[in-house]
Design a protein around this ligand. Structure first.
Ligand SMILES: Nc1ncnc2c1ncn2[C@@H]1O[C@H](COP(=O)(O)OP(=O)(O)O)[C@@H](O)[C@H]1O
Ligand SMILES: [Mg+2]
Length: 333
């Protein structure tokens, strides 16, 4: 069985004023059925573009320069737009940071929870029942009332739960959640994470065998540590470390991951804001061969100037790192 999602050596670039700029380079990972994979990295590292590339919703000025994306073994990055429309919403669901912008203010919540199922051909008799079932599953005590409400009548956390119901009701195989809790305060954040976990682990109400897979995107390692089966750390468009949370969080192997963790207060592993104006640093493409973290790494030396550390991310070990001098064994504190 191929993995549910397979991203192979994905590279994205943009062209501005005749200058190409690489936004994602050689990103490879897979998501198995029922797995929650978290993609973390500071703002501007390329998380949202990775999500948009998978759903084929890239901005016009960004293009896939290389790589392959497969869903259930079938390439989807080369599909025609119509075919992709059938996949979006039905097989791949997307949850975004700000539910006010993804819910239509002039339509009822109920209409919008039903919409995806209608578009994707669920029988009319099932649509209403499932909509209410999912509103209950995201912990609304009175799904009937919420069904008839408009988005502005709900709080931010409620809107996000409504959005989750809408995205999950058509039973997508893969849900991409891009900073789904970032706009919410900490208690609400926790509730949303619990809801996602619950929905993920039980599968759909009628088909508990079909466990949903998640690509869960966050800049916040604390949030990620609560939900991820596996963590991918992205730095300036490159994956630098991949592994299970217990390894990545307690014994990070890449100096960047360690820096992220060190900057987080122990009680709530939260990431700091990136420095102002740091958009991933930049126009200038690094000279080939140099480690991508060279300019910020406290441990960089002459070897790192010549050696990108690429090979470390190849292979099948569960904990992998793109660094020639990984902190393995020394990352524990
Ligand atoms: N439409 C675009 N055109 C040019 N550059 C873009 C575009 N969208 C994003 N970028 C750049 O790509 C990088 C990654 O962006 P993004 O994926 O949004 O980061 P993240 O979601 O991790 O904060 C950033 O440096 C950003 O400025
Ligand atoms: Mg983003």
């Amino acid at each position: 069985m191929p993995p549910l999602l397979e991203v192979r050596r994905l590279s994205l670039e943009t062209v501005a004023h005749g200058q190409k700029r690489r936004l994602l380079r050689d990103v490879s990972f897979e998501i198995e059925t029922g797995e929650i994979v978290a993609l973390v990295g500071e703002s501007g590292s390329g998380k949202t573009l990775t999500a948009l590339a998978i759903a084929r919703l890239l901005p016009n000025n960004v293009r896939q320069h290389a790589g392959e994306i497969r869903l259930g073994g079938e390439r989807i990055d080369a599909l025609a737009e119509e075919a992709m429309c059938r996949i979006r919403g039905k097989r791949i669901g997307m949850i975004f940071q700000e539910p006010m912008t993804s819910l239509n203010p002039v339509l009822t919540v109920g209409f919008q929870v039903e919409e995806g199922m209608r578009i994707h051909g669920f029988p009319a008799s099932e649509v209403r029942r499932r909509a209410k079932e999912y509103l209950a599953a995201v912990r609304f005590r009175d799904p009937e009332r919420i069904f008839r409400s408009y988005p502005h009548e709900l709080s931010g956390g409620e809107r996000q739960r409504a959005m989750i119901a809408a995205v999950l009701a058509p039973s997508p195989e893969l849900v991409i959640a891009d900073e789904p809790t970032t706009a919410l305060d900490v208690t609400i954040q926790k509730e949303i994470l619990e809801v996602l976990r619950e929905l993920q682990s039980r599968g759909t109400p009628e088909d508990s065998s079909g466990k949903t897979s998640f690509l869960f995107i966050s800049h916040d390692l604390a949030v990620v540590s609560e939900i991820a089966d596996r963590i991918l750390v992205l730095y300036r468009g490159s994956l630098v470390e991949v592994g299970p949370p217990e390894k990545v969080l307690s014994a990070p192997a890449h100096p960047y991951t360690k820096a992220l963790l060190d900057a987080i207060p122990r009680e709530r592993l939260r990431l700091p804001e990136p420095p102002p104006g740091d958009e991933g640093e930049g126009e200038e493409n690094e000279p080939e061969g140099k480690c991508i973290y060279f300019s910020r790494c406290p441990l960089a030396d002459a070897v790192c100037r010549k050696e990108p550390g690429l090979s470390g991310l190849e292979g099948r070990q569960e904990h992998r790192v793109k660094c020639v001098k990984p902190l393995l064994g020394t990352g524990k504190e």
